[in-house]
Design a protein around this ligand. Structure first.
Ligand code: AMP
Length: 579
């Protein structure tokens, strides 16, 4: 592993980042810093937020500024005001022991006059939102003739937010630049086009593959009926007692509604959306950043630029249309080497979307049953117990009260005391969840499975998968089990009941292995047909592939009646899929 020294950074910057607690470079820093320090090559760095990308461009940018030259030498373009402020403050912090470069952040929604005076006072690095910078150029307040380097931070987000024209105006205006450094979490066509039009032979630096999500993030999803979505959200939150989470909704109204409901239900939650005045947004963000707020409910636009490193969970309460948006959302957790969980609470029709995202991002998505009341209470109880364990005791503050406390509690045994302390919080959850129904969408089939388990049948938490191959393709249980265990490295114990019918089959599998098995199988063809896998439990009551169901399956009912190949010992060949 390389060190910051190996990457070629000067001692003053090294001192600055060491004081910030950066011991070793992150992957994106190791890849980018040497390229950015050497020569004037354009480059594209594919990196998510939270990977340390600000220092990856910020440190070399600072090192390459001529401290004595006047005028703007570098421009960093960011999608939001929050990110501008964050990046500018990071640059100042990195250079704490170096020359005091003049870094100015300019963005819309704030007075322009003061920003103009700050630039005129000798800005060397301008961190800007594209719209505001264009405004400043037009007013001749920002002269970009001496700009050597332009950084496009979160280029995909900037294009998403409609900044294309402004970006083109800025890139077109800075003709004498030496290089463009483009950072983007994803690489949609718009970003590719911009790179082709304005960059010269850019080097591509990838942290993981295109669209790949951060490996530190676990992806989970829960399926419920539309009318149970809010209850499912509460259960998920309650089953994660220490949660510090960001909940995404699709619209402002949803955001407001969910926040209002959660506040009414006693959660420490608040909303962030476009209808709030800037001062209210700042107030909510500050409360969240300082952890005085446990749950922030936000729209995608409002959440842009949120840089909070310790978010434990991102919850997709409304699924986004674009895969890139999912990647951005989930990238708000699992930052700076920490682990995080990205949860989606969906109705059955969105499961296909989850599968699409899983295919594109190559992330492993695990379907989990929505916790029942007992499970939530258990989680809460043990959280209380753990908290008691790690509770700091400030002796000199509590000591004066102890004699009276001991006197008050002297009749209770140790066991009784423990029971009562643990019950203080626990009772609240117990009374709320005492008669809580099972809101899993497949509650009926689960109940059947549980009954089966008691009788030695399959385990209740298995997921049942459907495959479009069957007896007539020559598949046997033994052969299928061998395929799953040997090809996809799934332990035999993870596979439950296998039911083979003439044209299709079902099998039960531990949820942990659903994604690899599903995608593994879908890479096969059998007798010339591509293998299709679907989650049986998520289908409608009447399986569309059953005869007389009236169709409705995306696979088309007739396929199963007219297989292209028959006979035992079918030709199972591997086929590469192009996602
Ligand atoms: P960014 O991707 O730039 O938003 O960075 C995410 C977080 O990681 C920020 O809180 C940084 O302070 C932190 N960070 C960046 N680089 C390092 C590093 N090399 N070591 C530890 N933390 C880092």
């Amino acid at each position: 592993m390389s060190t910051f020294q190996d990457l070629g950074l000067g001692p003053e910057l090294l001192q600055g980042i060491s004081q910030l607690g950066f011991e070793n470079p992150t992957t994106v820093q190791s890849l980018v810093i040497p390229v950015a320090l050497d020569g004037d090559r354009d480059f594209i760095a594919l990196a998510q937020t939270g990977t340390g990308k600000t220092a990856a461009f910020g440190l070399p940018l600072l090192q390459r500024i001529d401290p004595h030259a006047k005028g703007i030498q570098a421009v960093v373009l960011c999608p939001t005001r929050e990110l501008c402020v964050q990046v500018a403050s990071d640059l100042v912090n990195y250079s704490k022991f170096a020359h005091q470069y003049k870094v100015v952040a300019v963005y819309g929604g704030a007075g322009i006059t003061q920003q103009i005076s700050q630039i005129k006072a000798g800005a060397q690095i301008v961190v800007a939102t594209p719209g505001r910078l264009v405004d400043l150029i037009e007013r001749r307040a920002a002269k970009l003739d001496n700009v050597a380097r332009i950084v496009l931070d979160e280029a995909d987000e900037m294009l998403n937010m409609g900044f294309q024209e402004s970006l083109e105006a800025i890139l077109g205006a800075v003709t004498d630049r030496k290089s463009i450094w483009l950072f983007s979490a994803t690489m949609p066509d718009e970003v590719r086009r911009m790179a082709n039009n304005y960059m010269s032979n850019p080097e591509e630096l990838r942290v993981g593959g295109k669209n790949e999500t951060n490996q530190n993030i676990e992806h989970q999803y829960y399926i419920c009926r539309s009318e149970d979505r809010y209850d499912a959200l509460k259960r998920v939150v309650d089953a994660n007692p220490g949660i510090y989470g960001l909940i995404f909704c699709r619209t402002k109204n949803d955001t407001k509604e969910v926040a209002e409901q959660m506040i009414r239900d006693g959660y420490n939650a608040d909303a962030l959306h476009g209808d709030l005045a800037q001062s209210d947004r700042d107030r909510v963000m500050n409360r969240f950043r300082e952890r005085n707020l446990q749950l922030l409910i936000a729209t995608d636009v409002a959440a842009r630029g949120i840089d909070v490193s310790e978010i434990s969970h991102v919850i997709n309460y409304g699924m986004p249309d674009e895969i890139e948006v999912y990647t951005h959302r989930s990238g708000r957790t699992g930052r700076a080497g920490r682990t995080g969980v990205s949860i989606s609470i969906i109705t059955p029709k969105f499961e296909e979307k989850i599968m699409q995202i899983a295919r594109k991002t190559k992330a492993n998505f695990q379907r989990l049953p929505i916790p029942n009341g007992v499970e939530v209470c258990e989680k809460q109880l043990f959280h209380i117990v753990q908290n008691i364990h790690v509770q700091e005791v400030i002796d000199h503050e509590i000591d004066p009260f102890l004699p009276r406390i001991f006197e008050e509690l002297k009749d209770l045994t140790k066991e009784e005391l423990i029971k009562r302390f643990a019950s203080v919080e626990f009772n609240r959850f117990l009374s709320y969840y005492r008669n809580a129904p099972d809101i899993n969408i497949n509650a009926r089939s689960d109940r059947k499975k549980r009954d089966g388990e008691a009788a030695g049948g399959p385990r209740s938490n298995y997921v049942r998968l459907f495959i479009n191959i069957g007896d007539m393709d020559g598949v046997t249980k033994k052969e299928f089990l061998r395929l799953v265990t040997q090809e996809f490295k799934v332990p035999g114990t993870a596979v439950g009941t296998i039911d083979i019918n003439r044209a299709y089959m079902h099998f039960d599998i531990d949820p942990e292995f659903v994604t690899p098995v599903r995608f593994g199988l879908e890479e096969f063809t059998i007798n010339g047909r591509r293998v299709r896998v679907d989650e049986a439990a998520a289908r409608k009551e009447k399986a569309p592939y059953e005869k007389g169901s009236g169709g409705g399956s995306k696979f088309g009912g007739s396929k199963y009646g007219k297989p292209e190949g028959r006979g035992r010992g079918g030709d199972v060949r591997k086929k590469k899929m192009a996602y």
